[in-house]
Design a binder for this molecule. Sequence first.
Ligand code: SF4
Length: 104
Amino acid sequence: MQLIPAKTIISKKKDSTWFGQDYNMNLYKGCCHGCIYCDSRSDCYQISDFDQVRAKEDAITILQQELRKKMKTGVIGTGAMSDPYNPFEAKYELTRKALNYIDH
Ligand code: SF4
């Protein structure tokens, strides 16, 4: 799986009324499920090679750094426009590691 550089893992949502989430946590980019109703592949989001899952490089380290900063508490969604439990998660366990860190 390709690793891509990332500056952030958690982003604040502008509007938390949708899905009841205050933050998005994106450890992966893209999705391999190919759901026919998926709007994430729309050109308006400009995600190239959407069907190819890529992982954020040093995702857990970046996440730890972000969570050490002063942040307002809130609900964190586990993925926007990707599946946090894609098939690669079985090997890389980024979602598992992130949730373990957040829980402690
Ligand atoms: S992002 Fe969600 S809806 Fe879109 S292909 Fe992946 S699992 Fe399906």
